[in-house]
Design a protein around this ligand. Structure first.
Ligand SMILES: [Mn+2]
Length: 260
């Protein structure tokens, strides 16, 4: 089975708050490309930034406004080959859109586990207090302090993620435990493809309009590719991992470069 996965788009209800910063047409083209080449598509959570509203928390009225800004792509996501897991910024979608905490797929003898990953982040887990922080950062954005907000949610947050490596450690623990062969997460915004023992930890990174990227999984060939979408219908392979053949090049992938 061919499975595509991507996430952490952080679509927002107002252009000034929107990290995706793109037109819906870009997502429609991306969707067409993925549907042509894959049988199943998993969205990895934090697709919607539902906690930048007037009140703290993952809010239904904010989700409604986001659905109104991106109606066509959201209609497509709710049907066909799509499955959606929720993240810490769009928990409300579990109740309102039926998104899932996790997805387990067993195909061709390969066991895959998809989960957003905030469950392993010591600062977030199931706590409600991070919503206050996010809400205040939303306030900074609304006050025109975009650069400060970008810094706090970008390099500052990334530094914490790298320092604690909490998702990597959780993936390592799970993979060495032997219950899954591939663990796919989002949340950290760090595009990653890292083998632990016989297993593989993949992080789909973020997905903003300037650089639409996805993970392509082939359960039969047992390969995982990190790809950059080249509109209208092409792609570039940034990294390839194969469980069936000896590895070429560096085993782990964690790009130092970022295109946005
Ligand atoms: Mn997250």
């Amino acid at each position: 089975m061919l499975i595509a996965t991507y996430g952490d788009l952080h679509l927002s209800h107002e252009p000034a708050l929107d990290k995706f910063k793109g037109r819906e047409e870009n997502l429609l083209r991306f969707d067409e490309h993925l549907k042509r080449s894959h049988e199943k598509i998993v969205l990895m959570g934090d697709v919607f930034q539902t906690d930048y509203g007037v009140y703290p928390g993952s809010r239904p009225e904010v989700l409604e406004m986001i659905l109104a800004r991106y109606p066509r792509i959201i209609r497509r996501w709710r049907e066909g080959p799509y499955r959606i897991v929720f993240g810490n910024h769009d928990r409300i979608t579990q109740r309102l859109l039926g998104t899932l905490k996790q997805i387990q797929i067993k195909k061709d003898g390969w066991r895959l586990w998809f989960i957003h990953g905030h469950q392993f982040d010591p600062f977030i887990r199931e706590k409600k207090s991070p919503y206050l922080v996010t809400w205040m950062i939303g306030g900074l954005r609304r006050a025109g302090l975009r650069r400060l907000a970008d810094f706090l949610e970008g390099p500052f947050y990334d530094f914490g993620q790298r320092l604690f490596c909490s998702l990597d450690l959780a993936a390592r623990r799970e993979l060495l435990g032997g219950k899954n062969d591939v663990i796919i997460m989002g949340h950290s915004h760090q595009l990653t493809c890292h083998p632990f023992g016989k297993g593989l930890y993949v992080n789909s990174g973020d997905c903003f309009s300037k650089f639409l990227k996805y993970v392509s999984i082939d359960t039969l060939a047992r390969t995982v590719e990190i790809r950059a979408f080249i509109p209208p219908r092409g792609y570039e392979v940034l990294h390839r991992w194969s469980g069936a053949q000896p590895l070429r090049g560096p085993a782990a992938f964690s790009p130092a470069w970022r295109r946005h």
